[in-house]
Design a protein around this ligand. Structure first.
Ligand SMILES: [Zn+2]
Length: 387
């Protein structure tokens, strides 16, 4: 009997892995109110940690799979640390560990639907959350905007987030994950702040993506453009037919979201510029150089006793911090040893303007009209019909 079980054990493990894979594809997670199998067969892989020094995993009824697809018994919560050769947990070392549950998996106290996959990359723990795409979108809405916004704006957000995610999935098909969970791609905090309005927007647009020439577009978007969106070539050097600059007076109705100010000392600025590789010393001023039609700065002039130069607006923003210099549309004022920045817009300015979309929805436009305004020439299609 014993040897019989030993023979069968790998088969059981294979069976469990198979059932788990089926669950990840077809299951309607609790609370999903019927996002059906027809649209949940698309999964997405999101990096929720890239180099953690410790990960604590918890949850009810967790199924844990270790190396070679074998089920592992672990006492929970499980504290996992990176060591040479893999993941150390409960005195054992694994190359990879996958955690899943019928409800949610807690990773460092945040709840995630689907599967959490742990591995060691560069001596840190990488955690990839794999889950049905539509469930990812429900979790994402309130990280990017507020689901309390007019529903047509929330639906527009659901469509562009889906479009963006699928485009990334196609282009990173062989990578360990498709998306980051930060502003590098789309902000995502698991299912911590999902709600019924976010779910409604995802359901009412189920499977819909924006296309151009039959292909899923790169649906870039940003918080607020400040008056005009920016053609992609002015930000990333590559022209894209559907990422042209369009007028947007709509976000200007939300001045607190659009206008920004900040003050930094010349010393702070010089330190940040030097850390970014600019060999400036004796910085005594920052001023705007040439500008695009939108008012965003093509160039920023660094005035210094040594190493003064002009840098691109994008490079300047990157060097000082995207969260500090919220857009490249700004003017400066120097007083003593400080530079005051006064700007308009939040983000790179390419594609849809979220605060503008909100106002357009309030003005009575539906999600399709909002999207065709910010992405001219695109067509809305079901992804299942074009793949
Ligand atoms: Zn705008």
């Amino acid at each position: 009997m014993c040897s019989y079980l030993q023979v069968l054990r790998p088969l059981y493990c294979t069976l469990i892995t198979f059932i788990l894979a089926l669950l990840s594809v077809f299951v309607v997670w609790p609370g999903s109110d019927g996002i059906g199998a027809a649209v949940t067969d698309e999964t997405i892989r999101v990096a929720i940690h890239k180099s953690a020094t410790e990960v604590v995993v918890a949850g009810d009824g967790l199924l844990v799979i270790g190396d070679a697809g074998k089920a592992v018994a672990l006492s929970l919560p499980a504290t996992v640390k990176p060591v040479k050769g893999g993941l150390l947990v409960g005195g054992r070392v694994f190359r990879t560990l996958s955690f899943s549950a019928a409800s949610v998996v807690y990773v460092n106290s945040k709840p995630y639907r689907g599967i959490a996959e742990l591995s060691v990359v560069n001596m840190g723990i990488q955690v990839v959350n794999q889950l049905p795409l539509e469930e990812y979108l429900v979790g994402l809405i309130n990280c990017e905007i507020s689901s309390a916004w007019p529903i047509e704006a929330v639906k527009a957000q659901a469509i562009i987030a889906r479009t963006y995610a699928i485009n990334r999935k196609i282009s990173r098909a062989t990578a360990p994950y498709h998306l980051e969970s930060s502003v590098m791609d789309q902000v995502y905090e698991g299912c911590l702040i999902e709600d019924s309005r976010a779910r409604r927007a995802v359901l009412e647009t189920a499977g819909e993506v924006l296309t151009f020439g039959g292909a899923v577009i790169q649906a870039f978007y940003h918080s607020s453009c400040g008056g005009r969106t920016e053609p992609s070539e002015n930000v990333w050097g590559m022209p894209t037919p559907y990422l042209k600059g369009v007028d947007c007076q709509y976000c200007l109705t939300s001045p607190s979201a659009t206008n920004w100010e900040c003050t930094l000392t010349l010393k702070e600025l010089e330190e940040k510029l030097r850390a970014a590789g600019y060999k400036v010393s004796g910085l005594y001023g920052i001023k705007g150089g040439a500008a695009y039609v939108s008012g965003r700065l093509k160039q920023v002039v660094l005035q210094a006793t040594h190493g003064g130069c002009a840098v691109s607006g994008e490079q300047f923003r990157k060097a000082i911090g995207y969260g500090v210099i919220k857009s490249t549309r700004f003017s400066t004022k120097i007083s003593k040893d400080e530079v005051s920045f006064s700007g308009r817009g939040n983000g790179h300015g390419v594609g849809l303007c979220q605060w503008g979309a909100k106002q357009r929805a309030l003005d009575g436009f539906d999600s399709g009209e909002i999207l065709s305004y910010y992405y001219p020439g695109t067509t809305l299609k079901k992804f299942s019909e074009i793949r």
